[in-house]
Design a protein around this ligand. Structure first.
Ligand code: DX5
Ligand code: ZN
Length: 238
């Protein structure tokens, strides 16, 4: 199990699509996830909400474990929008998470939490809300595998993109270069055909998209189009 997780390596600079299953038909979770992967997605973004840190509730380790059984080889990018994540990190790792990200705003001992994720064989990521500045992450950028910039307030799919995420991603690119770091930059919220070029030009390489992939039928087709638009934007990035 640990080996499988360690092969979930970072490919800095590669554009990847992470469909958020929050927008899928939950009665068809595995089937629709498979369709998104067929469209070229290389990660599955799993939004865990506890009804406390965010005003919504989704699913936890048992559902992730069931999805893992259905999709033994898929890369699971688990975004924990929960209070006290330390208590549940072992259970998410056991359920089959590959990457686990936690909110800076939810972690009193963020350094400890990120090390705990790694200790359980998963890639640690940190997330910031729209109102949280990038500099809150200064002391952990060297130990994270990815930084997830929220471009909506977390809790719901289908919200409008908040553009301050673009400046944050540009700042992260600069910090990564300045300090020779290796974390990847992920964006989550309102990523769709009308925003994807901007996020890629700002430096995002891991693109979370819920409604844009699952919301309009033809799941593989929408995944493919979004990925193509992202790759085209990357080519024009200056
Ligand atoms: C929101 C979640 C997102 C959400 C994005 O709290 O973290 O992953 O599913 O949905 P869209 O892409 O529809 O904005
Ligand atoms: Zn998310």
């Amino acid at each position: 199990m640990a080996d499988t997780k360690n092969t979930a390596t970072s490919r800095l600079g590669t554009i990847e699509l992470a469909p958020s299953v929050l927008a899928c038909d939950f009665s068809q979770l595995a089937a629709e996830s498979r369709l998104a992967l067929q469209g070229g997605a290389t990660l599955l973004h799993l939004d865990v909400m506890d009804g406390h840190f965010v005003p919504n509730i989704t699913f936890g380790p048992p559902v992730i474990a069931a999805l893992r059984k259905a999709l033994p080889d898929a890369l699971f990018d688990c975004h924990l929008m929960i209070e006290s994540p330390d208590d549940l990190i072992p259970a998410f790792a056991e359920a089959g998470a590959n990457w686990i990200s936690v909110h800076q705003e939810a972690c009193i001992h963020l350094d400890r939490t990120l090390h705990l994720i790694e200790h359980h064989g998963c890639r640690p990521g940190v997330v910031i809300n729209p109102a949280t500045p990038v500099h809150m992450l200064d002391e952990v950028l060297d130990i994270v595998h990815h930084v997830l910039v929220m471009s909506v307030n977390p809790g719901f799919g289908g919200q409008q993109f908040i553009p301050n995420a673009l400046d944050k991603m540009e700042t992260l690119v600069q910090l990564r270069e300045k300090h020779s770091l290796h974390f990847r930059i992920e964006v989550d919220g309102g990523v769709a055909m009308d925003t994807v070029a901007d996020v890629v030009r700002a430096g995002a390489e891991l693109l979370v998209a819920g409604s844009a992939v699952f919301g309009h039928g033809d799941i593989p087709g929408h995944a493919k189009k979004l990925l193509e638009a992202a790759r085209a934007a990357k080519l024009t990035r200056t």
